[in-house]
Design a protein around this ligand. Structure first.
Ligand code: KIV
Length: 272
């Protein structure tokens, strides 16, 4: 289905608020390297998230906890070199902002200075309020992240849906309101009931971007390797796979192996 949308030469944090006001949904995907980001930006995405999911997708770790600030800066700077239009949001990794607000600000400044990213994303609400405040005061745009926050996976114990119980849902609503009041420009809600996510999105003026949070929010985000079907080990209900790159790449690479072994590659036209 094609939709009417305003043409933006460059997406800024302000454009996202305008999109929410105009009822235009916001598209966001992760990227961690130059080549992928060039394709994603060229295809018209609104926001690239240099997610700490790079820890899983690029480095093969089981959780997002091991990735370092230096590694996030490396990924983000590669993405920034590729893009011409979209907004680039960079995750502050685990351990770079939780201990104290001054360290949080130092980490955010390093991301902005050394990667050229346009904003940072931070997981959590009230607990990290002082760190968020200090970063916002320095003029750095902050995207919040509530619901399933993978940096706290060992506290949760599982990757199942969050905020199903009234108490956790009430805290999430309070945190979302607090993030908006403090000046965050958007919030990601991960893996929570669609009804709750819709309620939060409708109660805020800043955009709410969901992953596994239903269709009542202001935009959607997915991990690009998952939606392209490059990963295949898991199939959460919220994930739509647009390709099966795992299979296509395996077929292509096996063909190459066969061609090399059988002396089919390179042929006469493929040499000097
Ligand atoms: O790191 C990431 O990819 C994320 C998304 C899942 C929102 O935070």
């Amino acid at each position: 289905m094609s939709v009417a949308k305003k043409e933006y030469k460059r997406i800024t944090v302000k454009s996202l608020v305008e999109m929410k006001q105009a009822g235009e949904k916001i598209s966001m995907l992760t990227s961690y390297d130059y080549s992928m980001a060039k394709i994603v930006d060229g295809a018209g995405i609104d926001v690239i998230l240099v997610g700490d999911s790079a820890s899983n997708v690029m480095a093969g770790h089981e959780t997002t906890l091991p990735i370092t600030l230096d590694q996030m800066i490396y990924h983000a700077s590669s993405v920034v070199r590729a893009i011409t239009r979209c907004l680039v949001v960079v995750d502050l990794p685990f351990g770079s902002y939780q201990s104290d607000p001054k360290e949080a600000l130092r980490s955010a400044i390093r991301i902005m200075k050394e990667s050229g990213g346009h904003a940072v994303k931070m997981e959590g609400g009230k607990e990290i309020k002082e760190s968020i405040k200090r970063i916002l005061n320095a003029g750095i745009p902050v995207m919040g992240h509530l619901g399933l926050t993978p940096q706290s996976i060992y506290k949760f114990g599982t990757y199942t849906v969050r905020a199903k119980e009234e108490e956790e849902a009430a805290k999430l609503k309070e945190d979302a309101l607090m993030l908006e009041k403090m000046g965050c420009f958007a919030i990601v809600l991960e893996k929570i009931p669609a009804k709750l996510a819709k309620e939060v999105a409708e109660s805020l003026t800043i955009p709410v971007i969901g992953i596994g949070a239903g269709n009542g929010v202001d935009g959607q985000v997915l991990v690009v390797h998952d939606m392209l079907g490059m990963t295949h080990e898991f199939s959460p209900r919220f994930l739509r796979r647009y390709m099966n790159l795992y299979e296509d790449m395996t077929t292509a690479i096996s063909q190459y192996v066969d061609d090399v072994k059988s002396l089919d590659f390179p042929n006469d036209k493929e040499m000097y």
